[in-house]
Design a protein around this ligand. Structure first.
Ligand code: LHQ
Length: 265
């Protein structure tokens, strides 16, 4: 297998990005950050890409920051903030705002920023042997990459606080039971199930899905009033896409719809 820190596979209508530093459980160094940013930018620039799967090579999904990397050396407090500003924060913002769904296929341990990168994805599937670890507290750090925002919203305040403060590992089955992820599946089924989901997204009304992402992102901070206005505006935008008409026609004609993809008319 290539020793590039990020592998990209082009499939019909979607891409698979694999974090590829298996000997370090796919922990991030700077080269991996830069390669991931480039791979995501290429996916976004390709109008034929209508979904993204992110997974890890080897036995882990991602162990967060590479603690042996110069970016993580102890005592360089300014550098840690800078790393977030430069790499992790833009990554989380990008995953949330990409105009197509992002599926995390969590194949093993997801720790530190690696856990929160998974949680930033739109749909999280995990293999039964995977686990989620807010490892930060174990080394005197604070959950980052959106951890303190995602966790209480996904699993509630009580569980979020306990996980963040103890750094205890949460097995995938429990993560599903707690509503932290969408599904826990058998390890053998993870890649096929994630592929099936991406194949489904690859022929979906992508422009509508992008509007759904935007509305759900906003709902976390909007009032109900503001959200109702946003839903009205989003529905107007959605109804102006060719996919709306095609979706209704296909329903009436009892056939499969043929959606247009990301291209705006
Ligand atoms: C690793 C790592 C790793 C290097 C496993 N680094 N080698 C942002 C801004 C800037 C700086 C700081 O951080 C951040 C965000 C963050 O992500 S902070 C949190 C960083 N991550 C962690 O603290 C997790 C550290 N890893 C672990 O606690 C364990 O490895 C977990 C629980 C993930 C898995 O445990 P095991 O399954 O028992 O595997 P292992 O510990 O034996 O790891 C396997 C190898 O991977 C091992 O190397 P070796 O040469 O001994 O086989 C580890 O040293 C290496 N590795 N995580 N983050």
């Amino acid at each position: 297998m290539s020793d590039s820190p990020i592998l990209t596979e082009l499939r019909a209508g979607y891409r698979v990005i694999t974090l590829n530093r298996p000997e370090r459980l796919n922990a991030f160094n700077e080269a991996m950050h830069l390669a991931l940013r480039a791979a995501i930018a290429e996916a976004e620039a390709d109008e034929g890409c209508r979904a993204l799967m992110i997974t890890g090579s080897g036995r882990g999904f991602c162990a967060g920051q590479d603690l042996a990397d110069r970016l993580a050396r102890p005592g360089e407090s300014m550098v840690l903030g800078g790393t977030l500003e430069q790499h992790y924060n833009p990554l989380i913002r990008k995953l949330r705002s990409l105009p197509f769904p992002v599926v995390a296929a969590v194949n093993g341990v997801a720790a530190g920023a690696g856990c929160n990168i998974a949680l930033a994805c739109d749909v999280v599937l995990a293999g039964r042997s995977a686990s989620f670890v807010q490892a930060f507290a174990r080394i005197g750090l604070v959950p980052d990459s959106g951890g303190t925002w995602f966790l209480p919203r996904l699993i509630g305040e009580a569980r979020a606080r306990a996980l963040a403060l103890t750094g205890e590992a949460l097995p995938a089955e429990k993560a599903e039971a707690w509503g932290m992820i969408y599904k826990c599946v058998d390890d053998d089924a993870l890649q096929p199930d994630a592929a099936t989901l991406c194949e489904r997204f690859a022929i979906a009304p992508t422009q509508g899905l992008a509007l759904i992402k935007r509305a759900l992102n906003a709902s976390a901070t909007n009032t109900l009033d503001a959200q109702l206005d946003l839903e009205r505006d989003s529905q107007r935008e959605a109804s102006l896409t060719p996919d709306y008409g095609e979706g209704v026609r296909a329903f009436m004609e009892k056939r499969k719809p043929n959606f247009t993809g990301r291209k705006k008319p």
